[in-house]
Design a protein around this ligand. Sequence first.
Ligand code: ADP
Ligand code: MG
Length: 332
Amino acid sequence: KGVIHRICSGQVILDLSAAVKELVENSLDAGATSVEISLKEYGEQYIKVTDNGCGISPKNFQVLALKHHTSKISNFPDLQSLTTFGFRGEALSSLCALGSLSLETRTKNEPVGTHLTFDQSGIIKSERKIARQVGTTVTIENLFSTLPVRRKEFSRNIRREYGKLVSLLNAYALVAKGVRFVCTNTTGKNAKSVVLKTQGSSSLKDNIINTFGLNTFTCLEPLSLSVSEAITVEGFLSKPRQGTGRNLGDRQFFYVNGRPVDMPKVGKLVNELYKSSNSKQYPIVILNIIMPTQSYDVNVTPDKRKIFFSDECFLISSLREEIEKIYSPGQC
Ligand code: ADP
Ligand code: MG
């Protein structure tokens, strides 16, 4: 039974960034305005996510890390109008099966916090009172140690995994309004290094300036498009024909209602149009599609990064028209 749980969990949490993504989303769902991620050895030794969100009430401790426990959905119609990142109650349970999970938490109703450790099936192993601020800290040590082959791959590719993680954190830091993000990494040889640090501004524009700098921001063109009565697209993309410089292909971020998602078709479209404006680089793209929750489905892959649109073709063709205007001024 334990083996099956491990295998299934390995499908929910595929890699380092999937693990951190789940923890960061839990912090955002808890209403945090500060999220701190600290890594030891690029996350190979531990990942620790600290937030100042609402905390977890003691009455939920027992069930917290059990499979399918969630506090975010209570009936089926909820599913169509969900605005939280989580709703399946799989993350903590999966993380328990993949490494050693412990957490500290305190709600505003508790005078002190609690430190909890869990076994692989999500059952509490130890519980003690601690002093701490309101909020939650989740630590996962030795991720994938229970899946030896995955662990080996993970260690072998740690720098690449780490790169993917940094890009993912940028995605959240850019889109989350009023949430401060800090990510640090500590390795044996080097002192703690700050990977990412943002103030949590109240607009996408300020978040971009915070994350990538003012120089980068001045190379961007705003985009604001209303695709239909219900669907709008807001964001920024590189102005056409910016100098030579470095390859910025890793600065492409797509969102649906502020949820980071993969949009290979939109990505391809922008790259193609940018290229035809004579540039050798990839453009920076940050696009948030705002649409009713009923018109897309995030339940396509366990990581909720892939989504189904009910009218993707129309969206793409509207975007094409708009971006062509930006990239080929004067042409008609
Ligand atoms: P889901 O996010 O799908 O509900 P998870 O397994 O990620 O499932 O989390 C289980 C439950 O634990 C959540 O529903 C929430 O009640 C609680 N929880 C997890 N992380 C936090 C956090 N950082 N702050 C407050 N509550 C949390
Ligand atoms: Mg969750």
